[in-house]
Design a protein around this ligand. Structure first.
Ligand SMILES: [Zn+2]
Length: 151
């Protein structure tokens, strides 16, 4: 399990709040910012980017992950998420799944407007992720053996 010191948490939280200022959220009016700490020490930011075709909207977390992946980062230590809900904002289910792809042990820093924050391992937020293991098992021939003898 990765560890974060207070200075790292404060720095990530600050960057998430800063990224939130660039959110494009004309439909929800709920800007969210994210700041992701990659294992190599680089920080990538994201903000939600909405679209009139609502299903095309992107969450701040996935924008940050996309930026990190496009820059070659493949392992994530933590992601801070900042939104103006007094309880803070946690990644949605889709973002949890996408975070899990790169780092099942990523720490999620839930930043609250009062400056407080909560750190939760992704594994607590997404206890049974879908993984590529299913593809491997599928290729092992189980399906073929099920169908064998029926042709
Ligand atoms: Zn999301």
């Amino acid at each position: 399990m990765p560890r974060l010191d207070d200075a790292q948490i404060e720095s990530l939280a600050s960057k998430a709040w800063e990224a939130r200022l660039n959110a494009y959220a004309p439909y929800s009016q709920f800007p969210v910012g994210a700041a992701l700490l990659a294992a190599d020490g680089r920080v990538f930011i994201g903000a939600n980017v909405e679209n009139a075709s609502l299903g095309l909207s992107m969450c701040a977390e996935r924008v940050a992950i996309g930026a990190a992946a496009a820059a070659g980062a493949r392992s994530v230590i933590a992601i801070a998420v900042a939104g103006c809900d007094e309880q803070g904002v946690l990644p949605c289910g889709a973002c949890r799944q996408v975070l899990n792809e790169f780092s099942p042990s990523v720490l999620v820093v839930q930043c609250r407007p009062d400056g407080a924050h909560t750190v939760t391992p992704l594994s607590q937020l997404l206890s049974s992720p879908f993984t590529g293991d299913s593809f491997e098992r599928g290729r092992s021939g189980e399906r073929d053996s099920v169908g064998a003898g029926q042709g």
